[in-house]
Design a protein around this ligand. Structure first.
Ligand SMILES: NC(=O)c1ccc[n+]([C@@H]2O[C@H](COP(=O)([O-])OP(=O)(O)OC[C@H]3O[C@@H](n4cnc5c(N)ncnc54)[C@H](O)[C@@H]3O)[C@@H](O)[C@H]2O)c1
Length: 321
């Protein structure tokens, strides 16, 4: 198939690479010279598409542009998505597009309700939601072997995604007819991580305040996770959850809660504890010490750690998405 990404940063570029090694022809559109250069170096000069108008003939167009929070409101800023969707929908009247409309895929993280709104911009072009679940620190591994594959849309769209994703085996797969369910799934997964990171930071603060040695903290963490129901709840504390998707998506989720009249006390608490960590609690030395005591690997201090203790693999992720 002919697969294009609009926005060739972490998500777009790695998405293209994962499809290219599975035999698809890949193309990229980006406003950044560096990103276009990266596409040309990796996939050939012909893979760089300068204008949306040249997209006719594609089978799938993944939109992978930033959706960072608005600095004032904290809500996801969808202005770039809106601009791209407008640009794509203006191509619908072209004969080549009419003959073979590509599936437009919203891969950027957008609040529930976005896909319903964006898909309404198209008359006869199928629109799907297919968020990326990559962590920044393991972006290629997570693109080549996704930790989850989830998509939603009308059958004309999901059948094409079924086809291109059939070679990605082993990932839990969720295919829905509800755009909102898949959009919300992405925010829920990230906010569970955010809440757990803040929770374990509070446990570490408590343990330190009690004067407990860190090796006992590691012991009790092992003990807790030896019980099935808590087995996957552990995150290695010490660092805040960084500057990438967790704070961004938590902020957007809280914006949605506010709009919908949902209090979101637990989510707000995770955000407050994280702010406190950033202001004066950041203790990445504690992260390294805990990992060393647990026999886990030490993660670089610029990658705040989310890891399973007790001999399990360290999984960088506090800065991940
Ligand atoms: N980084 C992650 O770990 C991660 C994980 C999952 C989901 N996401 C989501 O994926 C989306 C993209 O994230 P990213 O990390 O790849 O961002 P990024 O900043 O690495 O890449 C975005 C790219 O889009 C380009 N771009 C901006 N405006 C454009 C336009 N009008 N037309 C074409 N290209 C344009 C930028 O130049 C940039 O190269 C965001 O919604 C993010 O929340 C990110």
């Amino acid at each position: 198939m002919q697969v294009c990404a609009i926005g060739c940063g972490n998500v777009g570029f790695n998405t293209l690479k994962a499809f290219q090694i599975r035999g698809h022809s890949v193309f990229g559109v980006d406003i950044s010279k560096a990103a276009r250069g990266n596409v040309a170096d990796s996939f050939g000069a012909h893979a760089v598409i300068d204008r949306l108008a040249e997209l006719s003939g594609m089978d799938i167009v993944f939109i992978c542009v930033p959706t960072d929070p608005d600095e004032v409101t904290g809500h996801a800023d969808l202005s770039i998505m809106e601009e791209v969707v407008r640009g794509l929908s203006s191509l619908e009247s072209r004969p080549a597009w009419r003959r073979h409309p590509p599936v437009i895929v919203q891969r950027s993280t957008c609040p529930p309700g976005s896909a319903a709104r964006f898909s309404a911009e198209f008359e006869h072009t199928p629109y799907a939601v297919n968020p990326s679940f990559l962590s920044k620190a393991t972006q290629w591994e997570d693109s080549d072997r996704p930790p989850r594959i989830a998509y939603a849309g009308p059958s004309e769209a999901t059948e094409v995604l079924d086809e291109v994703y059939k070679e990605f085996t082993g990932a839990p797969r969720y295919v829905s007819t509800s755009y909102e369910a898949v959009e919300l799934l992405k925010y829920i997964e990230n906010s569970i991580d955010a809440v757990l990171i803040s929770l374990w930071n509070e446990y570490l603060q408590l343990s330190d305040a009690l004067g407990m040695q860190r090796r006992f903290f590691v012991e009790l963490a092992r003990e807790i996770t030896s019980r099935d129901r808590f087995a996957t709840t552990l995150r290695v504390p010490g660092g805040s959850f960084g500057k990438w998707c967790l704070p961004k998506d938590l902020s957007a989720l809280l914006g949605m809660c506010a709009d919908l009249g949902v209090a979101g006390h637990v989510l707000r608490g995770a955000q407050l504890t994280n702010q406190q960590m950033k202001d004066h609690g950041e203790n990445l030395a504690a992260t390294s010490e805990l990992l060393a005591l647990s026999g886990g690997r030490t993660v670089p201090t610029d990658t705040a750690a989310t890891a399973l203790l007790g001999g399990c693999q360290g999984v960088p992720g506090a800065d991940g998405c």
